[in-house]
Design a protein around this ligand. Structure first.
Ligand SMILES: Nc1nc2c(ncn2[C@@H]2O[C@H](COP(=O)(O)OP(=O)(O)OP(=O)(O)O)[C@@H](O)[C@H]2O)c(=O)[nH]1
Length: 408
């Protein structure tokens, strides 16, 4: 059977041409990183159409068009493919590096295309550039797969491995049979294998890409549905879910501590500086508090200017030390200097898990009562609900230590 490679190349180009407008039209639906990557992918398909058509016209148009321009366009498409996928994988884009690889590859191909024509060297240079792009994709993909990965990422990995195998076959064919170096469109089993894969690759890679794209949109929607937009902490819904999860895992003392954190006299800030400035103070403060609670700790907004932090694997003493550090850090935090905010303080109520706690609400209620005590005792302090046997709690500088509230 004789396979006409130029016809296959044009078939691949036609598929990409049909897919590109569909993907570009779909970019209107979403915002953010997913939209950017989808736009890049649609554009990449169009670039590949242009590149492959120009290559397919080899011998009918000048080498400047069918080699220099075609490879330039394809290099840009490979760099942009890498960028789009890195975006979806949450990796830095590395545009300068991607560009540098593309330019270096293209200059080499152009030189061995028109100045010192040598098809084999051109294939080696293109392979090197593609290898670099594949590495730049494999790296973040490997990280994602190590963290568990997803079906979409595995599909994309298979597509990339297919592309790599195609290139290796072609490269191997050239090394083993240098006499076949008559060009990509000249028939040889290796060229045919690579060309067939290249023709179906736009569809395969786009399916893989769309699966990853869909996953990234779902992840983003899930994140948004669980995040309080003003403070960036968990919202009430997510906080309830996480509290239940952590409470189920707590089975003995020192396995869970709850901190209810409340800004002191926040109403005054709103009254004096306006609600919008109050929002800025709340957001800045929340960012500072978030820094103190890294996973597996959980931080969420209970409502208004009140936050709940749950610390798994933490006992009362450790939780109090952490809360005290937080209190001191907040008091020293520059908030919204341009609005002349004098700085704020927080009060923190703490409770630690007890086996007799029937649910997480019992634990949080005790922390909330401790917060009430902290407010009554003058604010700007950390108070815990503990057994009478527990040590006295530290108070803020210049104030006497707080007596713990007895357990109910
Ligand atoms: N700017 C802003 N203010 C909020 C938000 N949510 C709640 N507040 C305000 O937070 C204030 C809470 O007031 P209070 O419950 O009296 O508490 P406080 O003034 O902080 O006093 P203490 O807690 O007793 O120290 C009210 O003025 C609410 O309007 C918000 O999202 N943005």
């Amino acid at each position: 059977m004789h396979i006409d490679l130029a016809t296959i190349a044009l078939f691949g180009a036609l598929q990409a041409l049909l897919l590109a407008p569909l993907l570009l039209a779909a970019t209107r639906a979403y915002a953010g990183v997913a939209r950017t990557s989808l736009r890049i992918w649609g554009t990449v398909l169009l670039l590949q159409v242009a590149g492959w058509v120009l290559m397919g016209l080899r011998g009918q148009v000048s080498d400047w068009l069918s080699i220099v321009l075609a490879n330039g366009v394809l290099m840009v498409s490979y760099a942009e493919t890498t960028r789009a996928l890195r975006l979806l994988l949450g990796a830095p884009q590395r545009r300068a590096l991607l560009l540098a690889i593309g330019v270096a590859g293209w200059l080499g191909i152009a030189w061995f295309g028109v100045a010192v024509p040598d098809y084999r060297v051109r294939v080696y240079i293109a392979s090197l550039a593609l290898g670099c792009y594949l590495l730049l994709l494999a790296w973040p993909l490997r990280h994602a797969l190590r963290r568990g990965g997803s079906t979409a990422q595995r599909v994309m990995l298979l597509v990339l491995l297919g592309a790599l195998a195609g290139w290796l076959v072609r490269l191997g064919g050239l090394v083993l049979h240098p006499a076949n170096a008559a060009g990509l469109l000249a028939y040889s089993p290796a060229n045919a294998a690579q060309m067939i894969y290249s023709a179906v690759e736009p569809v395969l890679a786009s399916v893989g890409f769309l699966l990853m794209y869909n996953e990234s949109v779902q992840t983003e929607l899930h994140r948004l549905a669980r995040t309080d937009p003003l403070t960036g902490t968990l919202n009430r819904l997510a906080l309830d879910e996480e509290s239940l999860r952590l409470f189920r895992a707590a089975d003995r003392p020192n396995t869970l501590a709850a901190l209810v954190i409340d800004i002191d006299h926040f109403k005054r800030i709103n009254d004096e500086f306006g609600h919008a400035t109050g929002d800025r103070v709340l957001a800045t403060l929340a960012a500072g508090i978030r820094r103190q609670f890294q996973p597996p700790a959980v931080l969420g907004r209970m409502g208004g200017e009140e936050f709940l932090a749950l610390l798994p694997g933490t006992g009362l003493a450790e939780a109090m030390a952490l809360a005290e550090r937080l209190r001191v850090a907040v008091a020293a935090m520059p908030l919204v200097p341009d609005a002349g905010i004098p700085g704020v303080t927080i009060s923190v109520g703490i409770a630690a898990y007890r086996p007799e706690d029937t649910d997480v609400h019992a634990l949080v209620r005790r922390a909330d009562r401790a917060l009430y005590d902290a407010k009554r005792a003058g604010r700007d302090r950390v108070v815990a609900t503990v057994d009478d046997a527990s040590p006295a709690l530290p108070g803020p500088a210049g104030r006497p230590p707080q007596r713990p509230r007895p357990a109910e």
